[in-house]
Design a protein around this ligand. Structure first.
Ligand code: ZN
Length: 251
């Protein structure tokens, strides 16, 4: 059965001299793996080799999920090119694609997550020229990561202590609040000792976690602190550090 969908390419692997295996995140089917036969031939049905982060309408033959699908059409538009001036914008996009690929299941559709990922890529792409701001890119990445966690049902509890349910709104001065990946949320000063993996967070970072609208305006240092906690969380969920993580916090 031939299926039409809209897709963003998350990963490509060479399969033979002329063919590729691609992982596509589609809007209505979810993530699929497909073989793109002849993709690397000069006159392929896909306008050349399929590139990571390309986007467009696809047609594929569905095999019910137990075998590779076959991609028959992909009118790909590159959302990002490797010639971009802004390496950090590209790294943020590749990191988001890696997380999406690692944390979603095949044939499990998430249309809202698809739309959010597409908007994220379009926004980061707009910032690829010299005048970009690293702070803005990091805030977009954090917001996308929170959307991803919410969509896959792993959103941490951020409005109260996940252990005793004490609210930290408004935060009590001097009371340190922690993030614990194993608890999947914030833990208060009374409970922190039970969670050895906890990370202490500043008041600004806690405020951003409890009110995500503050993230867009947050200071660079606060965003780095939040991103560090999220990378720690993704590392725990995936049982290994995401490959692209080291490119995000190095500066
Ligand atoms: Zn508590």
């Amino acid at each position: 059965m031939l299926i039409k969908d809209t897709a963003i390419c998350l990963r490509t692997t060479d399969y033979s001299e002329t063919s590729q295996i691609v992982t596509l995140f589609t809007r209505t089917t979810g993530k699929i793996s497909a073989i793109a036969k002849g993709a690397k031939r000069p006159k392929s049905a896909f306008d050349g080799p399929i590139e990571i982060l390309s986007f467009g309408q696809i047609v594929f033959s569905d095999t019910g999920g137990d075998k590779l699908a076959t991609l028959t059409e992909f009118q790909q538009k590159s959302l990002f090119t490797c010639t971009t001036n802004n390496l950090f914008a590209l790294n943020c996009s590749l990191f988001a694609a890696e997380l999406l690929n690692s944390l979603t299941h095949d044939y499990d559709p998430h249309p809202e997550l698809f739309d959010s990922f597409l908007r994220f890529l379009q926004h980061t792409n707009e910032m690829r020229d010299a005048k970009y701001e690293q702070r803005e890119l990091l805030s977009l990445l954090i917001l996308f990561q929170l959307t991803l966690l919410r969509e896959i049902g792993l959103m941490p509890v951020l409005n109260a202590c996940v252990n005793c349910r004490t609210s930290h709104q408004p935060p009590v001065t001097g009371d340190k609040i922690y993030f614990s990946s194993s608890a999947n949320g914030l833990v208060c000063g009374d409970c922190e000792a039970s969670f050895p993996d906890r990370i202490g967070l500043s008041k600004n970072a806690i405020d951003c976690f409890t009110n995500t609208r503050l993230i867009a305006q947050a200071q660079d240092g606060t965003l780095k602190e939040i991103e560090k906690a999220l990378i720690h969380h993704f590392t725990e969920i995936l049982h290994k550090p995401p490959k692209m993580a080291k490119h995000i916090l190095k500066s």
